[in-house]
Design a protein around this ligand. Structure first.
Ligand code: ZN
Length: 92
């Protein structure tokens, strides 16, 4: 009888939900972490790691050409700004 009561209480304290990515059941021992996971629609640990890895790889791939382009844009606009300033100075 005691065993059943304890088991029932244990089950009630535990919450679980399925990972939205791989449908793996994730167990939560804390209600606040469960509520937060539901609110954020978080994936399981392995999916989160995989997602993080993919995001990092994508960032690494995209980082170089994007930053170079951005840099060129900045130097171009700075050069233009200087040209404009010089021109206006000469004219005035
Ligand atoms: Zn998952």
């Amino acid at each position: 009888m005691i065993f059943i009561v304890m088991r029932k209480r244990h089950w009630q304290n535990r919450k679980n939900r399925k990972c939205p990515d791989c449908s793996k059941v994730i167990y939560y021992t804390r209600k606040d972490s469960f509520d937060r996971a539901v609110g954020n629609n978080t994936v399981c640990k392995s999916c989160a790691q995989l997602d993080r890895k993919l995001t990092m790889e994508t960032l690494q791939k995209m980082k170089k050409p994007k930053s170079v382009e951005h840099k060129n844009k900045i130097s171009h606009s700075v050069k233009k700004w200087w040209d404009d300033k010089r021109e206006s100075k000469w004219l005035s």
